[in-house]
Design a protein around this ligand. Structure first.
Ligand SMILES: [Zn+2]
Length: 465
């Protein structure tokens, strides 16, 4: 770490941010305050603080939804804001997360236990092509190696320092000492201090050179649970490599891209699903409101039919209400499409105004009023019974789970509609009710499912009052 940077006073606060899945309004909430401290202290503390992902509540519409990113903001304004997208596609469980953190804390021990092997391999690598290795070192690195070896020299630039080091004709043993000392900062302060979970390979390749960054990352001792992080890091550096293992490494890189792509898509799906969930919730609420309006209209129409004052004001009101119902019906259909599951639920639906119960003592009805009419029965499966009965009218049966074209076509032909109370989905029932209001079609809500009884009820309903 840059020493000037390390001493800067910062005050970081962490915010959970994102657009509402329901209304798209932007919301953010502070979830953690690091307090005022130096940048170095803050970096240390970041290792130990874990932010739990909690849902945000929209200030505009009240909907709860998962945030998109965590934002780190310095209220001293010395460090630019840092935003980190929450990877829903690869979130770890709490246990995995704990193991992950423990491994990060144990990284020094893991490194020390294999440090001598690592340095041996790393210096072997440097000796293989000493010129290429030295040509990636900076003046500062070479100076620190000279200091360790007691060599005194005035170095002006990176170029000058490299030339100076190459011209010294060091023995292999000295080269090993030199290489290790020159790389102490890179290995300890970058790779080890940051840990595999935070490696930034592209940055390292720019600062320290691509060759040694590749080698060090491939061979650095990391805790087992962080191996996937090594793979991720290494893959970023081998996209266009041409070495001996180029084929395998390119393959690794491709596979890694696929994994990263899948994670990204999973995160996108996660948010899309949240938006859909919110839409469905809104749809359900609107649908309930629409049903309520239909119920009110039914009551109003029934009341006005009973009074039938001929008041032109009443007639105008009814006309207005009817034109409203057709808008409502369109909305209901749109919402029902949005809610495939809700529309398929069958329970004992509220079937609206009930017919006066007919008793066994009622005189048998003549079917005369049904002559030439079309009777539409919705719910259950009455088709077989309907085709066997000797009725003066045409009977169309629609099963109560069917929505869409078939139901609409049947309703259009109906002179009278019979809704079978216990064999129909909410959606089909409400569609029938709205249609009845809109078109002035008589409608009966019937519990009997015997076709003869249904015909009785229908004939009675169609009798002139
Ligand atoms: Zn909202």
């Amino acid at each position: 770490m840059d020493t000037h940077m390390a001493k800067i006073q910062v005050h970081f606060k962490v915010f959970s941010v994102g657009r509402c899945a329901s209304c798209n309004a932007y919301n953010e909430v502070m979830i953690y305050d690091y307090g005022r401290m130096t940048y170095a202290e803050m970096e240390k503390k970041m290792d130990t603080v874990k932010h739990e992902v909690k849902n945000l509540q929209c200030k505009k519409c009240g909907h709860w939804y998962p945030p998109k990113s965590m934002v780190y903001r310095d209220s001293e304004n010395k460090i630019p804001e840092l935003s980190q997208e929450i990877p829903y596609g690869s979130l770890r469980t709490q246990e995995e997360s704990a193991e992950w953190m423990a491994a990060h804390e144990a990284r020094y021990e893991v490194f020390e236990s294999k440090a001598s092997e690592f340095w041996m391999a790393y210096t072997d690598f440097a000796l293989e092509d000493w010129r290429a290795a030295v040509n990636e070192l900076t003046r500062v690195e070479i100076e620190s190696a000279y200091k360790e070896m007691g060599i005194k020299s005035q170095l002006r630039t990176d170029q000058h320092a490299r030339k100076d080091a190459l011209n010294r004709n060091l023995s292999d043993a000295d080269k090993r000492i030199f290489w290790r000392a020159a790389n102490e900062y890179f290995v300890r302060e970058e790779l080890l201090y940051i840990g595999a979970v935070g490696w930034t390979p592209v940055e390292y390749a720019k600062t320290y050179g691509r060759r040694r960054t590749q080698f060090a990352m491939l061979h650095f001792p990391v805790p087992d649970v962080h191996e996937p992080e090594r793979t991720r890091s290494v893959a970023q550096l081998f996209r266009r490599d041409r070495g001996d293992n180029a084929f395998l490494l390119r393959k690794l890189s491709t596979l890694n891209n696929e994994v990263e792509g899948a994670k990204k898509r999973a995160t996108e799906y996660f948010h899309a699903n949240e938006t859909l969930k919110a839409e469905v919730a809104v749809g359900q609420r609107k649908l309930a409101e629409a049903y309520d309006r239909i119920r009110q209209l039914e009551d109003a129409l029934q009341a006005s039919a009973l009074i039938n004052t001929g008041d032109s004001n009443d007639k105008r009101k009814i006309r207005e209400q009817k034109s409203f119902i057709s808008e409502l019906l369109t909305e209901v259909k749109r919402l029902q499409k949005l809610l495939p599951e809700a529309s398929a639920t069958v329970d004992f639906p509220d079937t609206g105004p009930s017919e006066p119960e007919d008793t066994e003592n009622d005189p048998p009805q003549s079917y005369a009023s049904l002559q030439g009419k079309t009777l539409v029965i919705i719910g259950g499966d009455r088709s077989e019974q309907a085709s066997n009965v000797n009725a003066p009218c045409r009977i169309i049966t629609v099963d109560g789970m069917t929505m869409g074209v078939e139901l609409d076509a049947a309703l259009k032909q109906a002179d009278i509609i019979v809704v079978l109370k216990w064999h129909i989905s909410h959606a089909a029932m409400w569609t029938a009710r709205a249609h009845a209001i809109e078109t002035d079609t008589p409608i009966i809500y019937s519990s009997p499912i015997n076709i003869a009884r249904i015909l009785d009820l229908a004939a009675k309903k169609l009798l002139p009052s």
